[in-house]
Design a protein around this ligand. Structure first.
Ligand code: HGY
Ligand code: MN
Ligand code: MN
Length: 419
């Protein structure tokens, strides 16, 4: 393989990072002009790599590197990740898992190497939930789990998902029947294997370039609206206030203290706003997000039960009301041992440790795990392992090694589950 695969991956990630919703950083929210430009660029790179490409009803870019024509009834091995980002995010989260296989397919195609199965790369249009506060939106369509009620959900500007999709005008966009029809038939799949930047410091601290994921932590997201009474900041005595923001602050501290009780449990309030607040008005309302995750579903569910009860008791004590909206939770997703072992075998062949680690971050593979066996290859994250931050980085050497390992994996892949 050409030693420039790694550098090409980094160059492609830099090129995509120029399509952004913001001036001095990378934000790529679902169906914005930057998102559409990213999607168009992915189509072009997949076509240049020798793939047949289509865009489905939610905006996923799906490229197929067709199987060796001599193989009858080939299965589909699927890979991919998301191309949307968080606000002011990193350029590798999600995108690495699209760009790396594109570069790999390009190299296979140039070398005239066909595979005994169809190899599909999916650029998932939306995973982060930034615009519509969704969870695994694009992979839920592919997995046949799309919640049609989401079409009526509005973004911060009051634009519904239905209208945003309609304006994008993909074939079938905003048509529930087309969104249903975009689901893949699980019987056609041999599995789903996602490459992703680790987004944490484990591989970095152990001096390892690559790792194999054992499971992906389940997660639950909520939007909480606390209502109190807006009143004058100068005239309302402290003991007569119904301050929604101080109530939300106490609820935030409850999330922190409850989630600190169990090592694998994490809880985050990432958005906290006083809508239409003024410096001289006691907050009459406060809205905040909650993201709660754990490696075991029971631990997460027990924490959620305690936190939701605690929120109501804090609200009652302070004369507030709290309304909680729950985004569909995603359960812990175990990776398939037979796929992990095939990844491990190619790592060992290269003299690398087949190191296994769980993922605390969510991934499209979680949703795909509902319909097929999944595995994930993690690539070392630089800069102390920081992610969801512009400082997120990988090296060209690690990208090269990941690409070469992925080539080995594809060339040795056997769908019959015997290792
Ligand atoms: O939030 C997550 O774990 C993912 O990056 N969307
Ligand atoms: Mn992310
Ligand atoms: Mn990601």
């Amino acid at each position: 393989m050409t030693p420039t695969l790694g550098q090409t991956i980094l160059d492609h990630a830099s090129a995509l990072a120029r399509f952004s919703d913001m001036e001095d950083g990378l934000t790529c929210a679902f169906l914005t002009p930057a998102h559409r430009a990213t999607q168009a660029q992915l189509v072009k790179w997949m076509e240049d790599a020798g793939m047949q490409v289509r865009i489905d009803a939610i905006g996923n870019v799906i490229g197929r590197y067709a199987a060796d024509p001599a193989v009858t009834e080939p299965k589909v091995l699927m890979t991919g990740s998301h191309f949307d980002t968080v606000r002011n995010g990193g350029r590798y989260d999600g995108r690495l898992g699209i760009l790396l296989p594109i570069v790999v397919v390009h190299a296979l195609n140039v070398a005239g190497i066909r595979l005994p199965y169809h190899f599909d790369i999916v650029g998932f249009a939306e995973e982060e939930g930034l615009r519509f506060k969704t969870s695994f939106l694009a992979s839920s369509v592919l997995a046949g789990r799309f919640d049609e009620a989401l079409l009526d959900r509005e973004d911060a500007d009051g634009i519904t998902m239905r209208d945003a999709l309609g304006a994008a005008a993909f074939p079938g966009a905003a048509d529930p029947a087309a969104l249903r029809a975009a689901a893949v038939d699980p019987a056609t799949l041999a599995g789903f294997v996602e490459v992703h930047i680790e987004q944490g410091p484990v591989l970095l601290n152990r001096g390892l370039p690559l790792g194999i994921v054992t499971q992906i932590a389940g997660s639950s997201r909520f939007q909480v609206r606390v209502e109190g009474l807006a009143s004058h900041a100068g005239t309302t005595p402290m003991d007569m206030r119904r301050d929604a923001a101080t109530g939300a602050a106490e609820m935030t501290l409850l999330v922190e203290s409850r989630c600190a009780q169990v090592p694998t449990l994490v809880g985050t309030v990432g958005q906290l706003q006083v809508p239409n607040g003024s410096s001289n008005v006691i907050p009459g309302a406060c809205v905040f997000s909650m993201d709660i995750r754990a490696g075991e579903d029971g631990i997460r569910e027990a924490a959620i039960a305690d936190i939701l009860a605690g929120i109501q008791s804090i609200a009652a004590r302070r004369g507030l009301t709290a309304t909680v909206d729950r985004v569909t939770p995603v359960n812990n997703a175990p990776c398939a041992r037979w796929l992990m072992d095939q990844l491990g075998a190619v790592l060992k062949k290269r003299g690398l440790e087949a190191f296994e680690l769980p993922s605390g971050a969510g991934h499209d593979a979680m949703m795909m795990q509902r319909i097929t066996d999944v595995a994930m290859l993690f690539v070392r994250c630089g800069n102390g392992g920081i992610s969801h931050n512009p400082l997120e980085t990988i090296t060209a050497e690690d990208a090269q090694l990941a690409a070469e390992t992925f080539v080995d994996f594809l060339r040795h892949f056997r769908a019959d589950r015997t290792n």
